[in-house]
Structure formats: C-alpha cells, structure tokens
Design a protein around this ligand. Structure first.
Ligand code: ATP
Ligand code: MN
Length: 467
C-alpha cells in the first residue's frame, strides 16, 4: 500500500468514510486477542478515546506482533471499517504496521489504576495516562479561552517581567535571582552582602505578580491582561499552593469595583462554558473517574449569579454560625484574615454559590487598594468558589497620589522601590481596577482534581523540583 497521510484519532472517530485507506500514528494502550486476530488500542493524544486496530495474525510476522506491547509506538495503515464490536464507531483493519519504538515490561504504565502520588513520581510519563491527557487538553483549552475572552473585549496581552528588583507587591516570599558566587560572598564594610557585584547591581527576585507593571500598561492602553508564571517561596504544603504557578491579571482603566466584579464573574463563566463545550469527552471522563458531581457543579456555577457580600457582613454570618454551635479551627472576629474553612462555610454551607467578598480591613490587604470613606476598609474583592476556595484576588486601586503615598509609608514601602508606580498617580491618574486569577486554581475547579500538583505538568513545591 502506498504511503498515506496521517489522520488524528479524533478525526477518524468522527469519520464515516468506510472503506477508505487511512493511517494512524500513536502509542499502544492495550493489546489483546488470540492466535487468529489481534486487537490493538492506539491513542495519539488528540482525544481521550483510542482507535481500535484489528490485525489478522496470519498476515503479519509473528515477531512483529510480539513486539507490539503497551507503551510502544506505532504507525498503522489500513482500511477504515464500521465497527462490529460495541464501544466504538470505527476501527482500522491493518494492512501495514510499523513499530517506531518498543516498550518492555519495565514501562511503568502497564496497568490502570495507579495512585496520583505514584504518578507524580513519574511526572515525565504521566501525560500518557487518560487522566493527565484529559487534564492537559483542558489546560490548553482554558489558556486559549482566556486569550479569546480578553481579545474579543478589546484587551491587550501585555508582558510583564519575570525578574524584578522591586519587592513591594507584598504577596509573599520571593525567590532571589543571583549570579554571585555563593561560596565566596563579598561583604561591604558594614557586613552586608555587596550586591553591586551582582548581575543587576542590586538584589533581584522572581516576580510574585505582574500587577504593578500591569497598571502602568492599563493607564496607557486602557484594557490589558497578563498571563505568565509567578513564583512564591512560601512554605505552604497545601493541595492549593504551588511555588511556581501561572496567573492571569487583567487591569482596567476607568473600571470601578462593581465593573471589576462583573468582569471577573463573566470571565470565569466564559471559561467554564468553553470547557463544557469544547472538552466534553475529557470532562465526562474526569467526572466518571474522580468527581461524580463535577458536571453539575460546573453547570451550576454558570447558571447562577455570584453573591456579592461585604467582609463585615461575612464576619457577621460567621459569628452567627459560631453562636449557634458551629466549630471553626481559627477564631472569627472583625479584622481576622479569613481561613479556607471560613471561606468554604460561606460558599458551601451558607450561600451554596460562589461569593465575591469585598471591602476588607485595610490591615490585611495591600497598600495599593482603594481606601473607603470609613477609613477602615479597602475596596478589595476575593472570588470564593466551592471546593477550590479563593480563585481570584483583586481590587479597585487607590488612584489618589497623597492617599497612596501615605499608605505606602505606613506599610514601610520605600519610595525608591515604587517611584515609577507612583508616577501613574502623579500624571493623569484615573480610577482603575484589576484582579489576579490563579490559572491552576481554575483548572482545579474545571477538572475536579483534588490536588493542584495534578493540574500542572511539572509541579514545583517545597523540596520538589524533579523533571
Ligand atoms: P491564598 O490566600 O490562597 O494563599 P493569596 O491571597 O496569597 O492566595 P493573591 O496574592 O491574591 O493570593 O493571588 C491571586 C490569585 O493567585 C489567588 O486568588 C489564587 O487563585 C492564586 N494563587 C495565589 N497563591 C498561589 C499559589 N501559591 N499557588 C497557586 N495559586 C496561587
Ligand atoms: Mn488573595
């Protein structure tokens, strides 16, 4: 048979071109059969589904058939046939089989049902499982939907730096970037490290957020978003924290807090809608395997308005719950930073819907948030989700130069670090707002996976940077 162009499995499974000669390339998931006929399930990554290859044993070299094992890679050409067996619409009756690479009995993915923990230890191979294939296809689709959402609304994708010499976001511990010889550190006369010898001539770090630079862009281009990796060196070993994660940070000139909330709600709903629409096979698989309520939960979020609630009202609800006997691990009082258990109580037990919590005490939020008239709270907004908890953190920004300067001083942020940021308030300042969505938190929600380490290809967490 002459060489024919390869078709993706996803297209073959939709095809009704029975009798057509086709060619498929992929990895063998299973092989079974008897001495007369062999069935090979091939997956090429284009879809969670496999295509079944039927090989007449008498037509092939016995040795070749023996070398086709789980994990090996093949090119199969043959005739597309309407399937007789249940479970699939079409199959390929093989005319030629070529093996690219064999996989012997040491291949770790021989059988199904490995634990997530074990699969993390073989993160270099786990994309070949159904679960991780599904998660990573969904992850791609979410990234695409995010760009599409913003592009359609006139936002510009703006690139903020990964390496930064300013440490004023206050979002967490930073990773230092240096080319100094750590075995031979030069000190200044008063005993400090001499950073004048370092690559940038001063201390530098990996960014924890692109927001401050994003504001520079929004006060020029109007509507912008960033979408890039961020790094936090905090030692939080939870199922919701990574030390390297991706963040989407839109920043909008002339948006006030209500516009900001509406955008956040529309944005998340758009992404979930996209996932249900474009990734239905993968989501159905994950729903069956891990989380029977997944699809209902996704539909529910799309169908219902998010609750808008002031922090002070939230505290009242939590205090009432405590008064009527509900036990929390952490104390509830006005001024407390809410713990995950408090957020989940509001979302899952009290409102049973996503909640946008606003107007937090200024002491527990960043210097740049717009100060309310009461002198106590700032125009912050956190979007809280069932199961996942906080998915978005944002605020209206303080646009008043004097107020911002005073707050920065109170929080000990040196002017030498933020003079450039202050210039947006010095020259043509405008009301503006923005937020940060943790990409992996969104993927957690959409896939129903339980641990954030399982929604990023190569997770980075304390004491773990393998692969
Ligand atoms: P959390 O309270 O959950 O630790 P945060 O308040 O420190 O988060 P922000 O600084 O508000 O987080 O960051 C914006 C968004 O980035 C969060 O709403 C969350 O979705 C995501 N995010 C923050 N820290 C992490 C992390 N370590 N790993 C993954 N995503 C994160
Ligand atoms: Mn936050």
């Amino acid at each position: 048979m002459e060489k024919i162009k390869r078709t993706f499995v996803i297209d073959l499974l939709k095809s009704a071109d029975y009798g057509k000669n086709v060619c498929v390339k992929g990895w063998v998931r299973t092989k079974r059969g008897n001495k007369n006929v062999i069935f090979i399930a091939v997956n090429d990554g284009s879809t969670i589904k496999n295509i079944q290859i039927v090989a007449d044993a008498s037509k092939f070299d016995e040795n070749l058939l023996k070398r086709i094992t789980t994990g090996s890679s093949v090119c199969v050409c043959g005739v597309l046939v309407e399937s007789q067996g249940g479970g699939q619409a079409v199959e390929i009756h093989a005319a030629t089989i070529e093996i690219y690479g064999t996989a012997d009995e040491t291949y770790p993915l021989q059988k199904k049902g490995h634990s997530m923990e074990f699969l993390r230890e073989i993160a270099h191979l786990r994309p070949r499982t159904n679960t991780f294939g599904a998660v990573f296809r969904i992850r791609h689709n979410m990234a695409f939907a995010i760009h599409k959402f913003f592009h359609e609304r006139g936002f510009f994708y703006f690139h903020t730096p990964i390496i930064t010499a300013s440490d004023c976001e206050g979002a967490g511990q930073m990773f230092q970037v240096t080319t100094l010889d750590l075995k031979n550190i030069k000190k200044t006369s008063n005993g400090d490290v001499d950073f004048s010898e370092d690559f940038y001539g001063k201390p530098a770090n990996l960014t924890v957020s692109g927001q401050l630079e994003g504001e520079l862009a929004a006060t020029a281009l109007g509507l912008i978003y960033t979408f890039g990796p961020t790094f936090r060196a905090e030692n939080s070993n939870t199922p919701r924290h990574l030390s390297e994660f991706w963040m989407i940070e839109p920043e909008m000139a002339f948006y006030e807090i209500d516009d900001n909330m509406q955008l956040a709600e529309d944005f998340i709903k758009y992404c979930i809608h996209w996932a249900l629409d474009k990734c239905s096979d993968d989501i159905e698989f994950l729903c069956d395997m891990f989380d029977k309520e997944l699809i209902d939960r996704l539909n529910f979020v799309i169908a219902n308005d998010f609750v808008r609630l002031k922090y002070s009202e939230g505290i009242k609800i939590l205090e009432d719950a405590v008064a009527s006997g509900h036990k929390f691990e952490f104390p509830v009082y006005w001024g407390a930073d809410l713990a995950a258990e408090h957020e989940r109580f509001l979302v899952e037990q009290h409102f049973k819907r996503p909640v946008i919590l606003t107007d937090y005490p200024k002491e527990i939020k960043s210097f740049y948030m717009k100060q309310n008239e009461d002198g106590k709270t700032v125009r912050a907004m956190d979007v809280l989700f069932p199961k996942t908890g906080e998915i978005i953190g944002g605020s209206q920004r303080e646009e008043n130069f004097e107020k911002l300067k005073k707050r920065a001083a109170e929080m000990n942020i040196p002017d030498k670090d933020i003079w450039w940021y202050m210039d947006t308030r010095r020259y043509g300042t405008v009301p503006h707002s923005g937020f940060g969505l943790g990409f992996e938190r969104l993927i957690l929600f959409v896939t129903g996976m339980a641990n954030i380490r399982d929604v990023i290809p190569f997770p980075r967490t304390p004491k773990n940077a393998e692969f």
